[in-house]
Design a protein. Sequence first.
Length: 140
Amino acid sequence: MPPPFEYQNPTLQFERFLVSARDHAGLPTTNMAWNMVVGVLHAFRSRLSLADGIRFARVLPPMVRALFVEDWDPNQPPKDFGDASAWLADVRSVRHEHNFSPDNAVLAVARALREQVHPPTWDRTMESMPEGARSYWAVD
């Protein structure tokens, strides 16, 4: 059996993801989308236990998974999920001098991720996550 596409062509898959996130957010460049994606992933990660974070990371494409876990200090206690304004403040705090994340940053990345992850796999993973996690990634 050949290696899965995501391992044969991770940079192509990641570029598609960044372009999708950029377009959903209405940003002009993938450079701007990069900071937004990092912010959204790290803001979410900061609200998870280590076990929940690993469970979530398992469903991500390889390059997105790498961004999700980069520089993670699992000894930090998880933040409360809070609300969308708290999420956005955390998203915008990542590389704040180069961060142009719009108000819909979390939704834009959620939509881009949903295009990349097999829907039943995503749904099963979200069912096992805390309620705040499901709200964070809601696209409805």
